[in-house]
Design a protein. Sequence first.
Length: 111
Amino acid sequence: MMSSEDGFSLLRKMLDERLPLWVVFVEGDGAEHFDSKVLRLTGDELVLSKYEVAGLALNLAGADFRFADPIESSNPGKAGEPFEWCLALSWPNGALCRLFVVRDTLTASSK
């Protein structure tokens, strides 16, 4: 678990740097997966792009934040291949949203 201040800091980084994201959102019996970017972060509202024509607005009030780094995985080579890191948000009602920062494969391959 991490502080909400640290979680919001990572969300601002995603917004400011226009980081490409892979989103996994689960609520109740439904699940969605889509490419995204943070469009807006104001107060307790996070708006993610959803496909090319829509957005997903999330109320962050009461959300818990967790950071995951592929290096910390038991198999870091496999767990983090396409992703730099992940910010997971969870709510008391059981909803979960994972924001995976997609690795820039052009930059990674030139290192």
